[in-house]
Design a protein. Structure first.
Length: 185
């Protein structure tokens, strides 16, 4: 899609924002239940599914993914914790070595489990994300070191009071979306 194609952008936005169910296929049946007309008849000839209001809500709610989870799930030997996964997925080649053998060439005895890379600490994450070195002093350019990690709220509040800093974080303003009119001009 070209950057100046506003109609194409609108079509794409409408496609991405459309609901999972077509509202025009819902109708109220004579007995008060909700009928959903399917796109194609089922092999047994059924063209409508009938639900009570509660049944429909239960079915729709079961399709909502749990919060903060991956939407792609793998099962069987391709699952992240499967014991046979290291034998099927080729290992990354180490520096100076040849490329890892293909998945079909690996045998159970010849493949070792890969070691996980250690997680970065908070200072490493800040350095990588924001290019900030929290352990260098801005005044003298010397190296700082961590003395303690404070986790008790009462101690933290006493230190903040002593330094005459606010104990409560600033109130966050509600997030505002982009101006909608600018998208379509």
């Amino acid at each position: 899609m070209h950057a100046n194609d506003r109609e194409g952008l609108e079509r794409l936005c409408r496609y991405g924002a459309r609901g999972a169910l077509a509202m025009e296929r819902f109708e109220e049946a004579e007995d008060g239940r909700i009928a959903y007309r399917m796109k194609r008849p089922m092999p047994d000839g059924t063209t409508h599914l009938l639900f009570t209001g509660l049944e429909l809500l239960r079915r729709v709610a079961s399709r909502v993914p749990p919060p903060r989870t991956n939407l792609t799930r793998f099962h069987g030997v391709f699952a992240p914790g499967a014991k046979l996964r290291p034998f099927l997925v080729p290992a990354a080649a180490a520096s100076g070595e040849e490329e890892a053998p293909s998945a079909g060439a690996a045998t159970v005895g010849s493949c070792e489990r890969r070691q996980r890379a250690p997680r970065l600490d908070w200072a490493g994450l800040l350095r990588r994300t924001f290019a900030i070195d929290v352990f260098s002093c801005p005044r003298c350019a010397g190296q700082r070191r961590g003395l303690a990690y404070l986790t008790q709220g009462a101690v933290i509040r006493r230190i903040l009071r002593h330094l005459q800093l606010p104990e409560q974080p600033p109130r966050l303003a509600p997030a505002l979306g982009p101006p909608q009119q600018a998208l379509w001009e």
